[in-house]
Design a protein around this ligand. Structure first.
Ligand code: ZN
Ligand code: ZN
Length: 207
């Protein structure tokens, strides 16, 4: 198992200096070598959680840039293929974690968020993922204050998405500028002050 130890050590050294792509390559190789090893499984889960979180961040950033580039007030906004693809890749990353450990509450809740952020048509699947996160929490964290805090946070996040947002008619976009981030008064265009130009609904701001 010398190879495995070397891969694990290499992955750690990459993670310490935030070389995520290299760490992920090591985690993939280690997982191929011995998917049953507990250290490998832990590394693999951590690496793919981080990978998914980065992808969601990238999707949101790109979506924001697209809103800014459009810069036309009054037009509803739609994601490009790029943004949709990034959200999908993120969901895939969280599912990889869950394939290794179905009782990873973080992976379930991140999957729920990514699904809902990507498209509200996914509400039902996102709520179901939060329910699974709660079950996974009970299965993986012993009774006590840590579990209680986790339960509270997950329940709050679940409540935020379980019903349609009345403020933005559940579009997720700022109702004042219909998601463009811009407003026009007397022919002058200015950044929307309600959403600070992000085009995102303040109440359900989970885009
Ligand atoms: Zn809203
Ligand atoms: Zn606005």
């Amino acid at each position: 198992m010398g190879d495995l130890d070397a891969l694990l050590a290499s992955a750690q050294s990459h993670l310490v200096v935030a070389r995520f792509a290299e760490a992920k390559a090591d985690a993939d190789a280690a997982f191929l070598l011995d998917p049953g090893d507990s250290r490998v499984r832990e590394l693999y889960q951590n690496v793919y959680l981080a990978h998914g979180i980065r992808l969601v961040g990238e999707a949101r950033e790109r979506r924001r840039r697209e809103i800014e580039l459009r810069g036309k007030a009054g037009e509803p906004f739609e994601d490009t293929e790029d943004v949709r693809g990034l959200f999908q890749e993120a969901v895939d990353a969280f599912e990889r974690v869950l394939a290794v450990n179905a009782n990873n509450p973080k992976a379930w809740s991140l999957k729920a968020q990514a699904l809902f952020r990507a498209d509200r048509a996914n509400r039902e699947a996102a709520v179901a993922a939060y329910d699974n996160a709660l079950k996974a929490l009970d299965a993986s964290v012993p009774e006590g204050p840590l579990r209680d805090v986790g339960r509270r946070n997950l329940s709050r996040d679940r409540r935020r998405i379980e019903a349609r947002c009345p403020r933005c008619d559940d579009t997720g976009f700022c109702p004042e500028c219909t998601g463009s981030g811009w407003r026009v008064t007397l022919g002058f265009r200015r950044k929307c002050e309600t959403c600070l130009g992000h085009g995102i609904c303040k109440r359900c701001g989970v885009l």
